[in-house]
Structure formats: C-alpha cells, structure tokens
Write a protein that binds this ligand. Structure first.
Ligand code: PDD
Length: 277
C-alpha cells in the first residue's frame, strides 16, 4: 500500500510543473521528514520549529502561516486515510525563477508533501546494523535541513555497496553524525553525542532521546569524540525519524561491544516504544 498525494500551495501557478524551480537547479530549499505512528503525527511541533528555523537562515519567506501549513498536513493525512506507521515528506523550495545564482526577494516558495507508509525498522532495531566510515565532505551549515544532500547520498550509497546500513561521517579527527541520522556512543554508562553546532543536523529524535535518557537517569554529554573512542565504546547507536534508535554493532567490520546490542541502547529503545504506544 503506497499512500501518495501532493500538497500544493495553490496560490502558486503550476507549481509542480516549473522547470525553473530553484530546488532543482540549486537545491535551494529545505525539507522535513515527519513520523506518523498509526496515523498520528509524532513530534510535529519540533519538526515545524526546525523547518521555520531552516527557512529563516536561508531567507525563504513562506506565503502561508504555520497554522495553514499544519492544516494542510492534517488534510493530507486525512485525505489519504492514513492510519498506518508512515512518514510525511515536506519540501519547501525558495520558488521559481530563470536560473540565476542571485535569488530574487519576491519569490513565492513552492510547497509539496506526500505521505507514504513506512514500517518501523523492528528487525534492525533488535539486531543492530553495520556501518562504515566515510569522510564528511559537507558544507559548514549542516544545521540547516537543506535539500543539498549530495555528500549524504554519496556516503550512503558507498555504505550500501559495502553491505552497510549507514555511513558514519568523520571530519578530521571528529565523528559528526550519520548520513541520514545522528550518532551516540555509551562510555562508562554516559551517553556522548556531537554538540548541536553547525557541523550536524540537530535531529528531532536526537533531542527526544536525550530527554528520554534524562528521564532514565542516564547522563548525556554533548562532546566531540574520535573513531578511536567509537571503537572503544561500550555501545553505539544512530537516531533519526526513520531509524528511531538503531544500534551499531559493527564499524568497518570491527565489532562494538562484541557485536551485541547493549543494555543502555535497549533501555532507550524501550522508553521510546513506551512513549509511542
Ligand atoms: N534524515 N542527520 C542528518 C544528516 C539527517 O539527514 C537526519 C534526518 C538526521 C536525523 O534527524 P531527525 O531525528 O530529525 O530525523 C540527522 C531524514 C530522516 C532524511 O533525510 O531522510
């Protein structure tokens, strides 16, 4: 069952037909991937807050209010009779304009979204995944959820070719995040993850997991760490909207924690599961 529908800002003429959409020429736009569990939005507010922050950083000025956007999103889900575990992909481009590096300041942003069924990665959550190291060749504003994903696409495809389910990105001596997820390690019972600065996307699930950890009395430290720290870690996992909490059991073939999913990871997965039940 594939649920798909386009959500279009009808004030824009032929928005889907424009070959001059700056999203396709320059990747000039932003997006969000939002979770639905059994047809109900999960963490919608923080996703929209991040979307608006991304737009502000890029001077993309939507011609609609946040309330209108929320209304459209609920309409999309209702029209598709979505009652499953699903995701909504929401993209907002700066607008259409004859190709020019300099953006005009009167463009009308083009919005589209679709809903698609997406099961929770239950087996991977239980067994963990293999990851490989890839160089983080992205720009220095990874905090903006921009449509420019070429480095992520290349890293993730390389990982797939190595039979890995995620790429762990490394900039210099520092582990930043995954190609489509954030990354955590456990050392002496404490969670470590890269600080939420310009070098990573501040994931909604990352923030959620940090709050779950606090609830469980697990200390969290936002600090930089290296590959060496990862290889010596007690546990490691990725987080993301589609990943939830995916244990990393192997990195470039080397086992973490003997290749077994650890107890801190399992406790966080359980807390997550309980919170959406
Ligand atoms: N990816 N880091 C990067 C580079 C990401 O692309 C994502 C999300 C995350 C996790 O963010 P969140 O917890 O808000 O999903 C971290 C989305 C799902 C994607 O591009 O498919």
């Amino acid at each position: 069952l594939l649920l798909e529908n386009r959500l279009i800002d009808t004030r824009v003429e032929q928005p889907s037909a424009s070959l001059h959409d700056r999203a396709s020429q320059f990747g000039d736009g932003v997006y969000e991937v939002i979770r639905l569990y059994q047809g109900t939005f999960h963490l919608l507010e923080p996703h929209l807050a991040r979307l608006y922050r991304s737009m502000e950083e890029l001077e993309i000025r939507p011609a609609f209010t946040k309330a209108e956007l929320i209304h459209w999103l609920y309409e999309l889900v209702t029209q598709n009779e979505c009652k499953e575990d699903a995701i909504v992909y929401l993209q907002i481009s700066r607008g259409a304009q004859i190709r020019n590096h300099v953006y005009a300041d009167n463009l009308t942003p083009i919005v589209y979204a679709y809903v698609a069924e997406k099961e929770r990665p239950v087996t991977l959550m239980q067994n963990g995944i293999h990851a490989c190291i890839e160089q983080d060749i992205r720009w220095l504003r990874c905090d903006i959820k921009s449509l420019n994903l070429l480095p992520n696409v290349l890293a993730r495809t390389n990982a797939e070719r190595k039979n890995c389910q995620e790429a762990l990105l490394v900039r210099g001596n520092t582990v930043t995040e995954g190609s489509q997820s954030n990354f955590f390690l456990v050392k002496q019972g404490t969670l470590y993850t890269h600080p939420a600065n310009h070098l990573i996307l501040n994931g909604i699930v990352r923030q959620y997991v940090c709050s779950l950890a606090s609830g469980l009395g697990i200390p969290v430290r936002e600090e930089m760490f290296s590959i060496k720290d990862v290889l010596l870690a007690e546990e490691a996992f990725f987080t993301g909207t589609t990943f939830e909490i995916l244990p990393m059991t192997h990195l470039d073939g080397a086992a973490i924690n003997g290749g077994v999913v650890g107890s801190v990871t399992t406790a966080l997965q359980k807390a997550f599961q309980d919170s959406i039940a």
